[in-house]
Design a protein around this ligand. Structure first.
Ligand SMILES: Nc1nc2c(ncn2[C@@H]2O[C@H](COP(=O)(O)OP(=O)(O)OP(=O)(O)O)[C@@H](O)[C@H]2O)c(=O)[nH]1
Ligand SMILES: [Mg+2]
Length: 283
């Protein structure tokens, strides 16, 4: 299963970003805390090489707390100003945290501006990251209303949108961007599992089996508890998928387990955090 998803609007987004980047003061790069490495778009990393930036490990409410700490440390050791973030969290706290970190990141630039007598202290920020990582939700969280369209599927935002916040912040929402060829097959699968890739191009059953490979190795207790399975779990992941389907009563005529339905439910429940707080890129 080679997974690649790079529709035309992403190539267009990349061109547009390259044009707009020189006009913003800093970037806010969102990665998915459940896959902090697999969701780091190398094209974005390259584009932002010389740009002040924050890295937000977003959806950290869905990822393992222990792994969160390790990944935060991982990015900070690389010299990034990194933060754990939950864009569904409280507005006041989120806004204060972002304002403070942006101000610190841009300290020199803002001081220079002031020294030159520039009155306008508005800070322009570009928010970017892979599809469905929560860019629009993040912006809505900071402005306290649903100004940017956000939905639980990749490819919702299709053009740039600038949203002005009180307190002198301009936030530029951008369409989610992947890269033309995802070389690392496992990374591509994890992007698919977490919902960054259009489900229509995916083989749900195959993806569910790959997800079970990871869950049974790293989170067997949560998996067993969610689907009321006895441990040790079946070693074969397809067998495990059948066991889940049987538990849920997804039986077709002839006593066959409906594995397609079990696969859909499993992926859905994983994405919704129902199996537990899970990080797929394990440090
Ligand atoms: N649990 C949780 N869900 C989040 C968080 N941030 C965003 N979401 C959910 O993730 C889904 C996608 O959010 P969007 O804001 O539309 O994502 P996006 O990055 O703008 O997506 P595109 O515009 O398609 O690139 C929505 O269902 C959000 O509610 C978060 O921090 N925690
Ligand atoms: Mg969006």
């Amino acid at each position: 299963m080679a997974i690649n998803w790079y529709p035309g609007h992403m190539a267009k987004t990349k061109r547009m970003m390259l044009q707009t980047l020189p006009t913003v003061d800093a970037a806010i790069e969102l990665v998915d805390a459940r896959i902090p490495l697999s969701s780091k778009n190398p094209d974005i990393t390259r584009m932002l090489a010389d740009k002040p930036r924050l890295i937000l490990l977003n959806k950290s409410d869905l990822s393992s707390p222990q792994q969160n700490d390790k990944w935060l440390e991982y990015y900070r050791r690389q010299g990034y100003r990194a933060l754990l973030f939950n864009s569904r969290g409280k507005r006041a706290q989120a806004l204060a945290c972002i304002q403070q970190n942006v101000r610190e990141e841009l300290k020199d630039k803002l001081e220079r501006r002031k020294a030159r007598g520039i009155q306008d202290s508005t800070v322009r920020l570009m928010v970017l990251g892979i599809p469905n990582v929560g860019k629009s939700t993040f912006i809505n969280c900071l402005c306290g209303s649903a100004r940017a369209r956000a939905e639980d599927r990749p490819g919702v935002t299709l053009s740039q949108q600038c949203i002005r916040l009180d307190g002198g912040l301009d936030l530029l929402d951008t369409p989610g961007m992947l890269w033309p060829k995802i070389e690392d097959e496992q990374a591509a699968q994890k992007l698919a599992m977490t919902g960054a890739i259009n489900d229509l191009i995916l083989d749900t059953e195959e993806l569910a089996v790959k997800l079970l490979d990871i869950l049974k190795a790293d989170y067997p207790a949560q998996l067993a508890a969610r689907y009321k399975l006895a441990e040790p779990l079946p070693t074969d992941s397809y067998e495990l998928l059948r066991a889940i389907g049987r538990r849920r009563g997804f039986i077709m005529s002839g006593a066959e387990v409906d594995t397609e339905r079990a696969a859909t439910i499993l992926i859905d429940e994983f994405r919704g955090g129902k199996i537990g707080r899970i990080t797929l890129d394990v440090l």
